[in-house]
Design a protein around this ligand. Structure first.
Ligand SMILES: *[C@@H]1O[C@H](CO)[C@@H](O)[C@H](O)[C@H]1NC(C)=O
Ligand SMILES: *[C@@H]1O[C@H](CO)[C@@H](O)[C@H](O)[C@H]1NC(C)=O
Ligand SMILES: *[C@@H]1O[C@H](CO)[C@@H](O)[C@H](O)[C@H]1NC(C)=O
Ligand SMILES: *[C@@H]1O[C@H](CO)[C@@H](O)[C@H](O)[C@H]1NC(C)=O
Ligand SMILES: *[C@@H]1O[C@H](CO)[C@@H](O)[C@H](O)[C@H]1NC(C)=O
Ligand SMILES: *[C@@H]1O[C@H](CO)[C@@H](O)[C@H](O)[C@H]1NC(C)=O
Ligand SMILES: *[C@@H]1O[C@H](CO)[C@@H](O)[C@H](O)[C@H]1NC(C)=O
Ligand SMILES: *[C@@H]1O[C@H](CO)[C@@H](O)[C@H](O)[C@H]1NC(C)=O
Ligand SMILES: *[C@@H]1O[C@H](CO)[C@@H](O)[C@H](O)[C@H]1NC(C)=O
Length: 637
């Protein structure tokens, strides 16, 4: 209620249809006129309320603080005027002031002790002025202030001890300034500060030391900043911080693993930045985090166990990150996840195997994704009546028969007609022992590949299936080689295994496994690598293979070591074994035959054989030097 005569005056215009209303209004005016004398002491053009002890002089083109403000005033609103400075003593006559609004003036200068007499001041608004520098002592003696708004000014630097006396300040806004630098001790003294917002500044770094004075800080919002990295211990000593909002940092690309060290956050927003992966390592200490928002970051892949340390996470929001792949176990460890928002991404599927357990899930947003309605989405479909889609039921983008059909439109009986997958089938199965192999860029159909050391070898493995099967290979050492492996032995996107420079240790049986959600198919290939004399070409290859061996050694592969779980096809084992045996027996028999023939020719020697043979070099020049003769002694037992 105000004592402004405005509405009552207007209502007194004779207007028959509103008589009742006029009566009521005049009553109000009468009541207002009978209020105590303080209402008389109201500055001209201002509105005063005796009851609230408030004076409002908003938008009055005032150039200085008006005369006639009652001394007992608690709330003073001088916003949207043309005040240029506040001198010490300007507000001294009104020691009862609790709230002063000086927003949107032209104040460029604050004198030291400008507010010193205002011991009861709780709220001070200086938003939208021309302040370039707050001199030391300008806010002196404001021990009871709880809220200070300095946003939308022209401050370039925050000096040491600017807020020194403000023990009780709870809320501070310093956003929308040209802040380039915050001095290390700028926030010293702010022992009670709970909320801090710094936005739209020209800061290029946030110093851990500057923030370290804010022991009581609960919420920190850092928005629209041009900072490129979060460094180690950026937020040290903020042990009471529960919420951190990092929003609109377009240049942010790196988050150090130790940047959140010492924090115990409950919610964390890292949104609208340029980070391309989930900063899993930085989440290590955030055991109590319940809400995580990573929306609008260019994160296209969720790697396995990306959130493994966030044991209590309940809500994960990743809207519009361009997400293409959620790998198996990507959400592993999130036992309590309830809300998952993957709205507006590029996901074709979201498999049950990505979750720790889908049973905790209550709300799922996957609308706005090009979802393929095959067996991988069956788990969503089976839960479509209990799962909350937040009003946006996902729609199939494929296959063609169900394109554009909402998941809620399928009847229970239709589930197994549409949501199906086709098990992978490796092509050329009939020629199982007759696979394709490339040696030195020539394609062979071979049952067993024999390559020389240093030669490139590739095995082709192509499979059909729906969804398109992923191809992995298992090396003779039982290691997994996938399209992500790097080094000398890789798998090309087509599924072909490529060994760039064969080494003796590469010999053995390679297994190709084609997998998709429908199942898997396997295929075997055997490679034998033979050594060769050290001519210049092979020496070159040897050098190269030693070189690439640095990238592809046993320790590198350790993490991808796999123990074959699937049972081998019995016939394949028999065939492989049989072939191996036959080859071995053949060689042994041949040797015995040779020995037999030789012993016949040489006559009777019981126990000792001497095998003599000579070999020729490619360019025989002189008889004695080119041909070498070697002797082997063999004992018959
Ligand atoms: C805070 O206000 C109380 C009265 O409400 C006063 O007694 C006290 O001195 C003030 N404290 C400071 C530091 O100004
Ligand atoms: C701060 O950044 C804005 C926008 O980039 C620029 O216009 C302004 O001049 C900068 N201020 C300072 C003090 O660097
Ligand atoms: C974000 O990162 C990409 C590539 O990593 C780069 O091309 C782009 O310029 C970055 N954007 C900004 C605003 O720095
Ligand atoms: C996540 O962050 C985006 C971008 O800042 C925001 O628009 C959205 O409201 C946030 N979502 C939640 C649930 O906090
Ligand atoms: C999911 O994100 C969309 C887009 O930001 C938002 O409108 C919606 O409220 C969010 N839903 C949940 C449950 O977080
Ligand atoms: C292959 O499929 C079988 C069931 O068909 C499964 O038990 C096995 O784990 C799968 N193997 C791989 C490597 O995916
Ligand atoms: C192989 O490496 C050794 C030492 O690194 C070098 O002396 C030799 O010339 C190399 N051989 C070839 C064929 O590159
Ligand atoms: C294998 O690679 C690792 C890391 O690249 C390296 O530390 C190690 O010394 C290498 N081991 C061998 C035997 O080359
Ligand atoms: C290699 O794997 C074993 C068990 O699989 C593990 O104990 C060891 O720490 C791993 N070594 C490295 C270097 O990753």
């Amino acid at each position: 209620m105000t004592d402004s005569p405005g509405p009552g005056g207007r209502a007194l215009v004779p207007w028959p249809r509103v008589w009742k209303w006029v009566l009521a209004s005049s009553l109000v005016s009468v009541v207002a006129l009978t209020l105590p004398e303080s209402s008389k002491a109201c500055p001209p053009r201002c509105e005063c309320s005796a009851q609230l002890r408030s004076v409002s002089c908003q938008r009055r083109r005032l150039t200085n603080i008006p005369e006639g403000i009652p001394t007992e005033t608690r709330v003073l609103d001088l916003s949207k005027n043309r005040l240029r400075w506040i001198q010490s003593g300007d507000l001294a006559p009104y020691p009862r002031l609790e709230e002063v609004d000086l927003s949107e003036n032209l104040i460029a200068t604050l004198e030291p002790n400008a507010f010193a007499a205002l011991q009861n001041l709780k709220v001070l608004k200086l938003r939208g002025n021309q302040l370039k520098l707050v001199p030391m002592g300008a806010f002196a003696k404001l021990g009871n202030l709880t809220s200070l708004d300095l946003s939308e000014n022209k401050m370039v630097i925050l000096l040491d001890y600017t807020f020194q006396d403000m023990r009780n300040l709870k809320q501070l806004e310093v956003g929308d300034n040209d802040l380039v630098y915050m001095s290390h001790k700028a926030f010293s003294g702010l022992l009670g500060l709970e909320d801090l917002t710094i936005e739209r500044c020209n800061l290029t770094s946030i110093s851990g030391q500057t923030l370290s004075y804010l022991h009581s800080l609960v919420t920190l919002r850092l928005r629209h900043l041009s900072i490129t990295a979060l460094e180690d211990q950026n937020f040290r000593k903020l042990s009471n911080l529960r919420g951190l909002d990092i929003d609109h940092w377009p240049y942010l690309e790196y988050i150090s693993p130790l940047s959140f060290q010492g924090l115990d956050l409950h919610w964390l927003f890292i949104t609208n930045t340029n980070i391309t992966t989930v900063p899993s390592n930085s989440f290590k200490n955030l055991m109590h985090l319940t809400h995580l928002n990573l929306s609008y970051n260019p994160i296209t892949t969720l790697d396995p166990w990306a959130f493994k340390d966030l044991l209590r996470l309940k809500e994960l929001i990743m809207v519009s990150t361009g997400l293409l792949t959620v790998e198996p176990h990507a959400l592993g460890g999130l036992r309590q996840i309830r809300v998952l928002n993957f709205s507006s991404n590029d996901l074709q599927t979201l498999e049950e195997g990505s979750f720790h357990s889908v049973n905790s899930l209550e709300t799922l947003r996957v609308d706005g994704n090009p979802l393929l309605c095959d067996c991988r989405l069956l788990w969503i479909l089976q839960r479509r009546k209990t799962l909350n889609f937040d009003g946006r039921v996902p729609v199939c983008a494929g296959p063609v028969e169900v394109q554009g059909v909402s998941l809620s439109a399928f009847s229970d009986s239709a589930l197994f007609d549409h949501f199906t997958c086709q098990k992978p089938k490796i092509r050329n199965r009939k020629m199982q022992q007759n696979f394709l192999c490339m040696v030195n860029r020539v394609l062979y159909h071979l049952s067993q590949v024999v390559a020389r050391e240093g030669q490139p070898v590739s095995f082709v493995c192509r499979a059909d299936g729906d969804p398109t099967p992923a191809i992995i290979w298992i090396s003779p050492q039982r290691r997994r080689i996938t399209a992500k492996s790097s080094g000398r032995i890789i798998v090309l996107p087509s599924g072909t295994l490529e060994i760039r420079y064969a080494q003796l240790t590469d010999s053995g049986t390679y297994i190709c496994i084609a997998t998709n959600a429908g199942g898997n198919d396997t295929y075997f290939a055997t490679l034998t690598v033979r050594g060769q004399p050290l001519d210049s070409a092979s020496a070159f290859f040897l050098n190269r293979s030693l070189y690439s061996g640095e990238y592809f050694n046993d320790t590198n592969l350790n993490s991808t070591r796999v123990f074959l779980k699937f049972t081998l096809d019995l016939t394949t084992i028999l065939v492989s074994t049989a072939m191996g045996c036959i080859t071995f027996l053949g060689v042994v028999l041949f040797c015995f035959l040779l020995l037999f023939v030789w012993s016949r020719g040489r006559g009777q020697r019981r126990n000792n054989f001497t095998v003599e043979y000579s070999f020729r070099k490619s360019e025989p020049t002189t008889g004695s030097s080119t041909g070498g003769t070697r002797k082997f002694n063999m004992k018959m037992i």
